[in-house]
Design a protein around this ligand. Structure first.
Ligand SMILES: [Zn+2]
Length: 64
């Protein structure tokens, strides 16, 4: 099982689902880890593949 490289949280157990976007190639899902790291997941069938991951919130540049 993959784990968050920042806090070790299991990737299979996303803490917060930020948003879900259906696309022609599958469903894109944004989730946030307990450490604040944003993850972009693409659902392929029943599997969610993490294709991008931000740094934890306390290290990321302020965007909002
Ligand atoms: Zn984390």
């Amino acid at each position: 099982m993959q784990r968050c490289p920042f806090c070790g949280w299991p990737d299979d157990d996303p803490v917060t689902t930020v948003s879900v976007h259906p696309t022609p190639s599958g469903v894109t899902m944004w989730t946030r880890c307990v450490c604040g790291s944003l993850q972009t997941r693409v659902l392929r069938g029943s599997r969610a593949v993490i294709c991008a991951r931000s740094r934890p919130a306390d290290q990321a540049a302020p965007t909002v």
